[in-house]
Design a protein around this ligand. Structure first.
Ligand SMILES: CC(C)(COP(=O)(O)OP(=O)(O)OC[C@H]1O[C@@H](n2cnc3c(N)ncnc32)[C@H](O)[C@@H]1OP(=O)(O)O)[C@@H](O)C(=O)NCCC(=O)NCCS
Length: 319
């Protein structure tokens, strides 16, 4: 059987850092409140002339370097983002051009903060079907472009960044299984409905969020999908070496780990330094843990994503 194996990871964070102290100057909040309610201390913010595809490019290059591969060995690019450079061309096509690749398939995928899990699931299917051998899967988001920095309920949460993996056809186990879900009934609790309409922006160009509703649904859905996926593959949750969750709020990570009976020692957390980078958060956290040596070859790793839609999903991977 052909597996899809993660052979390299990469990431990129913009240089500018926005701390909680900086936010104290912008809205009625405090460093203590933000740390206590979210676990976030700082987040990175794109430069004015920097785009989602620029961040994706740096993350992709770092993954390609780790894999010791040339860009033209990639036969499909999937970019998960909800902050694309433009309506069209896709950010994936812009990235393809920046990487100097000529004719491979390149697509964007939008599933908000669950985007990377959806993209990885899609890439896994391409490899298992034999349609691709080397896929570059990127999560990249410039959330600071769609956050209202006068809304203290949302602006404290989000940051910018990109993460990437290279998924390769292999005879050795890699991605063991994926599960993706969505329930559009909950689409109003987390939205950014602004869109181009006859030359103007119609709707709200900024993130709107019912924080408490998102919080509860996130814990419930991540717990359910993780249990279900592990059971369907025949893996006991206790066998999992690492959980790499979407970095939304430390309290969501802690509550979910508790519901799964997992110690926080097994949970990779970057939310304190990155905030919520949407589709970038899972591959960014994964890259951090691979590069600092915590995630090693042979480890069983559970990736979890959740976000607007409402959407959620998980992937179980043998490294
Ligand atoms: C947004 C979130 C941090 C708010 O935390 P919370 O504990 O639920 O806080 P509440 O919304 O109940 O608000 C409690 C109080 O803090 C206030 N508050 C909200 N944001 C604040 C801030 N940044 N600083 C200080 N006070 C704040 C509220 O106005 C409220 O005041 P009140 O009691 O006088 O009305 C939390 O709900 C959350 O993280 N939700 C999930 C968000 C998420 O992960 N979204 C992305 C998913 S992909």
């Amino acid at each position: 059987m052909k597996y899809a194996k993660i052979v390299a990871t990469g990431s990129y964070l913009p240089t500018k850092i926005l701390t909680n102290k900086d936010l104290e100057e912008m809205v009625d909040t405090s460093d203590e409140w933000i740390i206590d309610r979210t676990g976030i201390r700082e987040r990175h913010i794109v430069a004015e002339n920097e785009t989602t595809s620029d961040m994706a490019y740096h993350a992709a290059l770092s993954a390609l370097n780790q894999a010791n591969m040339q860009p033209d060995e990639i036969d499909l690019i999937i970019v998960a983002t909800s902050t694309p450079d433009s309506v069209f061309p896709s950010t994936a096509c812009i990235l393809q051009n920046k990487l100097g690749i000529k004719t491979n398939g390149s697509i964007d995928l939008q599933a908000a903060c669950t985007g990377f899990i959806y993209a990885l699931t899609t890439a896994d299917c391409f490899i298992k079907s034999g349609m691709a051998k080397n896929i570059l899967v990127v999560g990249s988001d410039s959330m600071s472009r769609i956050v209202d920095y006068s809304d203290r309920g949302t602006c404290i949460l989000f940051g910018d960044g990109a993460g990437a993996v290279i998924l390769q056809a292999s005879d050795e186990p890699g991605v063991l299984g994926n599960e993706i879900h969505a329930d559009g009934n909950y689409n109003s609790i987390l939205t950014c409905d602004g869109h181009l309409y006859n030359g103007e922006i119609k709707g709200n160009p900024f993130v709107y969020m019912d924080g408490q509703a998102v919080f509860k649904l996130a814990v419930r859905s991540l717990t359910a999908v993780s249990k279900n996926l592990a059971e369907s593959i025949g893996v006991d949750l206790a066998q999992i070496n690492w959980i790499v969750p979407h970095q939304a709020n430390i309290r969501i990570l802690e509550s979910t780990a508790k519901m799964l009976g997992c110690s926080m020692d097994k949970v990779i957390t970057t939310v304190d330094k990155h905030g919520n980078t949407s589709a970038a958060s899972v591959p960014l956290a994964l890259d951090v843990a691979v590069r600092d040596g915590r995630i090693k070859a042979g480890d069983l790793v559970l990736l979890q994503g959740v976000g607007a839609g409402f959407s959620w999903g998980a992937s179980l991977i043998r490294f």
